[in-house]
Write a protein that binds this ligand. Structure first.
Ligand code: CTP
Length: 403
């Protein structure tokens, strides 16, 4: 199933043309691709193909009149125009094209055209001489000047037996034109990002470690959002309970800060940027006991030695065209502290979470962030789900990514 058309709302307008039979195939293909379809037929179109056939394929009753004379039920052209993501008029006769170009509104198909807010795609169908007539060509040019798109008719044998340009384009090709219309190239395709996520665990002995409460949710949400927008993502993750499923994400599991550092330093030089979301332990025990440390009656102290600051190390090797984004989790003097980190780690911007904000930080499904920039400017966001926070951060990454 074509995902581009899934759940898209498409109005199909059918006019009086022998090519109306092809509209049946067109509707079947669009519905099969997941689109939701409503069909408006001109009174003349009903002479070429039955409403029963079209309604069955469209999975909804067709619309012809402004109202149902039996019960007065009103077919609002304004509502239809608002509902649609696209209005596809196929086949479009010379008569309908002429009326569209001149603002004539004497049936539901045309009133809907005039009130539609959505883009309009027109697939003309007519005899070669009608098509080539300067009046028709002028009308098509007028429609284009209104921003409507034309699916050019094909050349070939026509209903009249003549051969030339005017045949409505084949349904498969019209569907292709509809797909092309909806297809948005992913804004980060061709880009590669490194994302760190989760905590690091610094082993003390075979059963104990120093760790922190990071759940990894924020980093995974960012990896997911980058991947959705087409980027290739190398996710380097400390121990978490989350799995990532997007095909663009390659995940490497690590445990300690030293392991995370080794992976990042290998990956970063070949990326367009890195988002340092992991809560890296700043210290590790300076020695590791191969055997479980036994309980004794006296005090036990563990000497700690500093870990490498991964973000700062990447900041040292950062190239002009690369991006480096950091996080700061602060409890006090939030903006000043994060601005200092931004400078010392050579970051492009830093995302601040304050533990003073309710619903922000570790283990929550929500977060409240501010983005601090090199020039000291800050942008503050509301409390949102981590998925929506990830969108805000990736929007900023898109704006800051050097092409
Ligand atoms: N960071 C890192 N490696 C470390 C420590 C931090 O990559 N060893 C990154 C984090 O992923 C984050 C940023 O640096 O993007 C800031 O982390 P944070 O723990 O807030 O800051 P620290 O520099 O460790 O400062 P402090 O703990 O003193 O607040």
């Amino acid at each position: 199933m074509s995902s581009v058309l899934k759940d898209k709302h498409i109005i199909i307008g059918i006019t009086g043309s022998i090519a109306a039979y092809k509209a049946a195939i067109l509707i079947r293909l669009l519905v099969k691709s997941g689109a939701e379809v409503k069909v408006i037929m001109t009174p003349m179109a009903k002479q070429f193909i039955t409403p029963l056939t079209i309604a069955t394929l469209a999975k909804s009753p067709i619309l012809v009149d402004f109202y149902n004379p039996e019960n007065g039920d009103w077919n609002s052209h304004v509502d239809l125009g608002m509902w649609a993501d696209l209005y596809l008029i196929a086949p479009a006769s010379a008569n309908t094209i002429g009326k569209m170009a001149n603002g004539i509104a004497d049936n539901l198909l045309l009133t809907t055209y005039l009130s539609a807010k959505c883009p309009v795609l027109v697939a003309p169908a007519m005899d070669l001489d009608m098509y080539a007539h300067p009046a028709n060509l002028k009308n098509l040019e007028t429609l284009k000047s209104y921003g409507n798109r034309i699916v050019e008719p094909a050349s070939g044998e026509l209903a009249s037996g003549l051969i030339g340009k005017g045949r409505m384009e084949e349904p498969e090709n019209i569907v292709k034109a509809v797909e092309d219309f909806f297809f948005q190239p992913a804004e980060l395709s061709g880009k590669h990002f490194l994302v760190t996520a989760g905590p690091t665990f610094e082993p003390i002995d075979p059963v104990r470690f120093i760790g922190n409460w990071s759940s990894g949710k924020m980093g995974y949400a960012i990896a997911e959002e980058l991947a959705k927008r087409g980027a290739k993502v190398s996710l380097v993750s400390g121990p978490t309970n989350i799995s990532s499923t997007h095909p663009n994400i390659t995940k490497t599991d690590v445990v300690s800060a030293e392991e995370m550092y080794q992976k990042c330093i290998d990956i970063y030089p070949n990326t367009h940027g890195a988002v340092m979301c992991a809560a890296v332990a700043d210290y590790r025990p300076d020695s590791y006991s191969n055997v479980k440390i036994k309980r004794k009656s006296n005090d036990l102290s563990i000497n700690l030695t500093p870990n490498k600051d991964i973000a700062a190390e990447l900041g040292k090797i950062k190239k002009q065209e690369q991006l480096l984004v950091g996080f700061a989790l602060e409890t006090n003097d939030e903006v000043q502290n994060s601005a200092k980190k931004l400078q010392s780690k050579n970051l492009d911007f830093i995302v601040l979470n304050s533990l003073r904000d309710k619903g922000a930080g570790f283990n929550h499904d929500t977060n409240k962030i501010s983005i601090i920039f090199k020039d000291g400017k800050a942008e503050h966001f509301d409390l949102k789900s981590k998925a929506n926070v990830a969108k805000d951060i990736v929007d900023q990454i898109v704006r800051s990514t050097k092409s």
